[in-house]
Design a protein around this ligand. Structure first.
Ligand code: SF4
Ligand code: SF4
Length: 495
């Protein structure tokens, strides 16, 4: 056992209202500058939809993430030969059209136009060429456009569905959407780290945050290709790649990352997970449908004495172990099992987990009013959003994995309805709990964490002991000259 600590997150999708405050908080802080205009380290997509950059989930096109090659993992974009072949021309990179051409408006025209009979207007201007342009795309261009033929119909997750399931989603009275906020997942088996020919990307040993050393980056953009979530971006002004840094300077000061802090829906939870680094490769090699479970198995119990002893031996500070025991992420992912990774089949072991949205399922019949446990659970089979679609997003296609989560979420709703409205029979509520395999107390705890907690419980930033972390790994004098190392071993590259 080789325990490491990872700062991880949970986004509760039923609570996201699609306000984009998180995106703006991030943009104002980190990407409000030349060359970074098109970058949205945090973006919020409407699902079903094609997302940003468009169709990022289609790895036939972009070839991001990993694939199994016998008993080995290999980057989908190819080994060393494939990488060298693409170094000067990489057809798998998203183009500016796949993101969007960033624009502003000629605001000065509003105040500087000469007096006349007509109303002055501020025309859109390209932030790349400085010339007037027609706006044809944006980072959330399909916001709320559920059911559109251009966006929802071309969602790679929808394209994979059977014809009757697609027809079901596009029947006008069944149209449905939910929001999917995305940031870098700070993966355990990060494709971006393995794909970088310059060794510029590294995972911080003490907290697992994935960063790009701006001194070492040579702008090859292989990280953009290798990241299946398209969460590294090329800065055209600096010639270096950039990505979400999980606001580590804020976290080092004990503050929540900006997108977490500003989240209006309070959907975001942050905390430390302990995981077994020795099992990363074997977990990433499991079959698609087993990957979500394999990732859960990697997560270690922060109360287990053997885990604690091994973690102390591996140099995880005592304060971080204490924070791991308070982690809301541990509760959602491991204890309650209601948060799943996004596209685990990309095999990067993403450490941002999602509680899938329940409302689109329940809202189909009787405006979401079901009176008996059985009625709740049959809605799973007739969901407006096919379970296969959600399984494709959160469980490598394993519908049973997603159904198990939904049974739990429904049991929470049934018990709360019983407590607050009182129109359900005791026996029905008990049956719902049995089907979900949850106790009354656990349901109360899930409800509390979902609906009532304050920021101190939702976001448990561990003490970031940079000085200790550096000293444990190498001489601070050497560290001053070099940045970016794994504390115990260098990153293993697989090409
Ligand atoms: S989401 Fe992409 S950029 Fe972030 S760690 Fe994973 S592979 Fe790297
Ligand atoms: S701020 Fe929160 S609620 Fe608003 S879009 Fe972002 S994640 Fe959703």
């Amino acid at each position: 056992m080789n325990p490491r600590a990872q700062v991880s997150s949970v986004f509760h999708l039923d609570k996201c209202i699609g306000c984009h405050t998180c995106s703006i908080a991030c943009k104002n802080l980190w990407t409000d500058r030349k060359g970074a205009e098109y970058m949205w380290w945090n973006n919020v997509e409407t699902k079903p939809g094609t997302g940003y950059p468009t169709q990022w989930e289609d790895q036939q096109q972009y070839q991001g993430g990993w694939e199994k090659n016998g008993t080995q993992l290999q980057l989908k974009m190819g080994g060393r030969g494939g990488l060298l072949g693409k170094i000067f021309h990489n057809p798998r990179l998203p183009t500016m059209d796949d993101y969007y051409e960033p624009f502003t408006y000629a605001y000065g025209d509003l105040t500087n136009a000469p007096a006349g009979d007509d109303q002055p207007t501020a025309r859109p201007v390209s932030m790349v060429t400085g010339k007037p342009m027609n706006i044809e795309a944006g980072p959330n261009w399909d916001d709320d456009l559920s059911g559109s033929n251009i966006y929802a119909a071309n969602d790679p997750g929808v394209v994979r569905l059977r014809a009757e399931e697609q027809a079901q989603m596009f029947a006008i009275e069944k149209m449905v959407m939910f929001y999917l906020p995305r940031i870098c997942n700070h993966c355990l088996n990060a494709g971006c780290v393995a794909g970088c020919p310059s060794g510029a990307i590294y995972k911080r040993g003490e907290d697992g945050i994935v960063l790009i050393n701006q001194e070492q980056c040579r702008g090859w953009r292989m990280c953009v290709s290798a990241c299946p979530y398209k969460k590294t971006y090329y800065g055209w002004s600096t010639g270096k790649s950039e990505k979400c840094i999980l606001c580590f300077p804020r976290q080092e000061a004990g503050e929540a990352p900006a997108c977490f802090h500003s989240c209006v829906g309070r959907i975001r939870y942050l905390g430390v997970l302990l995981y077994d680094a020795d099992r990363i490769e074997s977990a990433a090699l499991r079959e698609d449908g087993d990957l979500a479970a394999a990732q859960r198995e990697l997560i270690l119990d922060p109360w287990d004495s053997q885990v604690l002893a091994a973690a102390r031996k591996a140099g995880v500070p005592e304060q971080v172990l204490t924070a791991a025991r308070r982690s809301p992420v541990y509760k959602f992912v491991k204890e309650w099992g209601i948060a799943l990774p996004l596209h685990p089949e990309f095999r990067t072991l993403p450490m941002l987990f999602y509680v899938p949205p329940l409302l689109p399922l329940l809202a189909q019949d009787n405006q979401g009013v079901q009176k008996q446990a059985e009625e709740f659970f049959t809605t799973l089979e007739q969901a407006r959003l096919p379970i296969e679609y959600l399984a494709g997003l959160f469980a490598g296609g394993n519908a049973e994995e997603v159904k198990a989560v939904y049974r739990k979420l429904m049991a929470v709703r049934i018990q709360r309805r019983h407590a607050s409205v009182g129109d359900l029979a005791d026996a029905d509520v008990a049956r719902a709990r049995d089907l979900a395999q949850l106790s009354k107390e656990t349901i109360d705890a899930i409800y509390r964490m979902t609906a009532l907690t304050r920021i101190q419980e939702r976001i448990v930033v561990p003490p970031m002991l940079r000085d200790q972390a550096v000293e444990a790994g190498m001489d601070p004098e050497v560290y001053k000259q070099e940045m970016g190392f794994g504390r115990r071993q260098p990153p293993k590259r697989r090409w």
